[in-house]
Design a binder for this molecule. Structure first.
Ligand SMILES: N[C@H](CCC[C@H](N)C(=O)O)C(=O)O
Length: 299
């Protein structure tokens, strides 16, 4: 079935965007995997679906699917691309919108410098918010943060847990270029301690206002940037006393600014600012059967 799509990227995290404001979204997981596949389909880390609002206090609804076909709660780089898409396509004339996601409402705003600033909502830290099965797991306090000892990639890792609606485990490393992302990442992503799996961040603080970050994303593998991962890593670092209230996160695909004022202990939303760009438009013929199961292509 022929489907129009828009290819976008935010700091190198790339998306296929589908405008479903005038026609119902009806793709199954195998068809989503086809769209995300970089050889058989279009290729993207996630598929973003733009829908009309289903609540009177919002402007749009936003659904997010990982490259593996699974629907997820939140996507920070995607939120910026969403806001740029609906404005550039004339679906709204508002530069600041309210968008319903699976887990709450986010508020992206188009900045005069072309970047997008998103109120990503409140971070949450309780293990059951991820969820994380913490029974019997060694842990210690570091500042206002709690570090949990988990085994992954054949080594003990001390991770901070942050939910941005989607689950993140963040570890501090000495040099992100030396981090064993492709060993530790999938091990932790698929650990039985995380029943809904988890995104894994590798954070290298550079100063009290800057850091490098690599993220192994649940359902997509390592991406060039992860918006919610940058929020989670910056907030974890602030709780550990490593950062002030604004941090520039240097991802491999670009730079993201994270702001969070939590000094007085009051719950505060996290703000994510960064780029968003339309790369090209296209039309793709999506097979009814979608992408064959892995390994099914061998002749
Ligand atoms: N892989 C994430 C979803 C996309 C998040 C990321 N692309 C972002 O910009 O926040 C998850 O499974 O929770």
């Amino acid at each position: 079935m022929k489907t129009h799509f828009t290819k976008m990227q935010g700091a190198g995290n790339d998306f296929v965007v589908l405008d479903c404001t005038r026609s119902a979204f009806h793709l199954n997981a195998d068809q989503i995997r086809f769209l995300g596949d970089r050889h058989m389909g279009v290729g993207a880390d996630q598929i973003l679906v733009v829908e009309k609002a289903s609540r009177p206090d919002t402007d749009f609804r936003y659904r997010i699917f990982n490259q593996d076909g699974g629907e997820v709660e939140q996507c920070g780089n995607g939120a910026r691309c969403f806001a740029k898409f609906v404005f550039e396509k004339g679906l709204t004339d508002k530069r600041s919108i309210r968008v319903e996601t699976m887990k709450g409402v986010i508020e992206p705003r188009l900045c005069d410098d072309g970047r997008v600033r998103v109120n990503m909502g409140l971070p949450r830290f309780e293990p059951d918010e991820l969820p994380f099965l913490c029974q019997g797991v060694s842990h210690l306090s570091r500042g206002t943060d709690t570090l949990w000892e988990v085994r992954a990639g054949g080594q003990d890792c001390w991770v901070s847990l942050v939910s941005m609606g989607n689950p993140h485990a963040v570890m501090v490393v000495g040099d992100v270029d030396e981090a064993r992302v492709s060993e530790i990442g999938p091990d932790l992503e698929n650990s039985p301690l995380f029943p809904r799996r988890v995104n894994v961040g590798f954070l290298q603080p550079l100063s009290r206002s800057s850091a490098r970050l690599r993220v192994w994303e649940r359902g997509a593998g390592e991406t060039l940037a992860c918006g919610t991962g940058a929020c989670a890593a910056a907030v974890a670092g602030m709780r550990r006393g490593l950062f002030d209230s604004a941090v520039e996160i240097q991802a491999r695909g670009g730079r993201l600014l994270i702001e969070w004022q939590a000094a007085d202990g009051e719950p505060r939303p996290v703000y994510l600012t960064g780029p968003a760009a339309i790369v090209f438009e296209g039309e793709v013929d999506i097979p009814e059967a979608g992408l064959p199961a892995k390994g099914a292509n061998h002749v």
